[in-house]
Design a protein around this ligand. Structure first.
Ligand SMILES: *[C@@H]1O[C@H](CO)[C@@H](O)[C@H](O)[C@H]1NC(C)=O
Ligand SMILES: *[C@@H]1O[C@H](CO)[C@@H](O)[C@H](O)[C@H]1NC(C)=O
Ligand SMILES: *[C@@H]1O[C@H](CO)[C@@H](O)[C@H](O)[C@H]1NC(C)=O
Length: 382
């Protein structure tokens, strides 16, 4: 296939040396893709100034050469319907060596996406630009525009997206006027409708609406000359933002295990729990899906993340080593520590520790007999 070096018509003075070059190249049966006055030997960037002009059942695309000045073999145009559920399939890929192309056999009122690629055979590719347009039947300026078709409302958070298509025939539409009216409950005073104007149809998002409030949206196809046009209406209720999780910080404290609560052992400090990576353990971080509340103990060290999926398991190596020393007296704590430092799920190991009544002890809990001895020892003042 012959390669062409595309350029816009140049003034005659400039064109003459170029023409000689092209003639020489033509003599060799091929226009060489080289840098020079015409175009550069580069992979093309996308075509510039891509515009779509809708016609009756067709769309005419116009575009300019790539901004990087690359040589282009041809411009390739691919067409896809914007709505995936479109009844009629898109035309096959077409190509041209001109700076415009009319795509025919399109359905009026249906939106299409047009991809225009500046294709260089030498690089088997090139940049692509895209534009969306809908072909429309020729309109009658003396007739009132007909109501838009396929009007749909999709609720979002505090907003509603409206989509519609122009009627297939009728008067000329200069703009789309959307009236937004809150639907009043009986006994409420009605509020005035709000109006917005759009130059383009397709889809628009109406923002800043009251969540939970039912609205009526009327979309009018408006003729400026006739100062009127027919409209279609649809109702929708904007959504409320999802309720947020919140975290309640409890600094310096956590619920003690049985032995520590009974005073039979010295509990691990918050510092030590933090060092063991236990901030996310079930007894440290209490997650209540019903109220969307997280209570975070030892929050001065653990922080207070409102993300229920987050588990605060940072551990400082130094502190962990110190905690090991402090906790080495209890086999359960030692096992849990080993698991934590081996990178095992600290939440799982913490739960295992907590299953033990002495899970939070820094030192081995005294038995009741020990307690008595201990008390005796203490009482003797040794
Ligand atoms: C349009 O479609 C018809 C039949 O589907 C076909 O015969 C005709 O060649 C097409 N025209 C163009 C310009 O593609
Ligand atoms: C409309 O709400 C959705 C969430 O439902 C959001 O993603 C989108 O950004 C909102 N659009 C505008 C224009 O506010
Ligand atoms: C760990 O203990 C050593 C002394 O035993 C101390 O100097 C160091 O600051 C401690 N580190 C932490 C993070 O508590």
């Amino acid at each position: 296939m012959a390669r062409h070096c595309r350029q816009r018509a140049a003034p005659l003075k400039l064109a003459l040396p170029l023409l000689l070059l092209l003639l020489a190249a033509a003599a060799a049966q091929e226009v060489k893709l080289v840098s020079g006055p015409g175009c550069a030997d580069l992979p093309p960037s996308p075509p510039t100034e891509l515009k779509a002009t809708p016609g009756d059942g067709s769309v005419t695309l116009t575009f300019g050469r790539p901004s990087n000045g690359a040589c282009v073999s041809e411009y390739q145009v691919t067409v896809l319907p914007v709505d995936a559920a479109a009844t009629r399939s898109a035309p096959p890929r077409q190509s041209t060596q001109q700076f415009s192309l009319t795509i025919a056999n399109l359905t009026n009122g249906q939106q299409y996406k047009f991809f225009v690629k500046a294709y260089a055979a030498r690089y088997r590719g090139g940049g692509e630009a895209q534009v969306v347009a809908a072909p429309a039947a020729a309109c009658d300026p003396a007739a009132l525009p007909l109501a838009p078709t396929a009007l749909r409302a999709t609720p979002g958070v505090a907003n509603v997206t409206l989509c519609w298509a122009p009627a297939a025939s009728g008067g000329c539409v200069d703009e789309w006027r959307v009236a937004i009216q809150a639907v009043q409950q009986s006994g409420q005073r009605s509020s005035p409708a709000e109006y917005r104007r759009y130059n383009k149809g397709g889809c628009v998002t109406i923002a800043s609406l009251a969540p939970g409030q039912l609205y009526t949206f009327s979309v009018q196809a408006y003729s400026a000359a006739l100062k009127s046009g027919a409209y279609a209406s649809v109702q929708a209720t904007p959504l409320a933002p999802p309720k947020q999780w919140r975290c309640v910080p409890v600094p310096g404290l956590y619920p003690l295990c049985e032995a520590a609560a009974a005073g039979r052992c010295a509990p691990l400090t918050c510092q030590q729990q933090f060092a063991k990576g236990q901030c996310g353990a079930p007894f440290m971080r209490i997650v209540d899906p019903a109220s969307l509340t997280i209570v975070q103990h030892c929050a001065d060290l653990c922080g207070c993340s409102a993300d229920p999926a987050a588990t605060a398991t940072r551990a400082m190596p130094d502190a962990a080593a110190n905690a090991t020393a402090a906790a080495s007296a209890t086999p359960v704590a030692r096992r849990a520590l080993r698991a934590a430092s081996a990178g095992a799920s600290s939440q799982a190991s913490a739960a295992a520790v907590w299953a033990s009544p002495s899970g939070c002890c820094a030192t081995a809990p005294r038995s009741f007999a020990d307690d008595t001895e201990g008390d005796d020892v203490a009482d003797t003042g040794l």
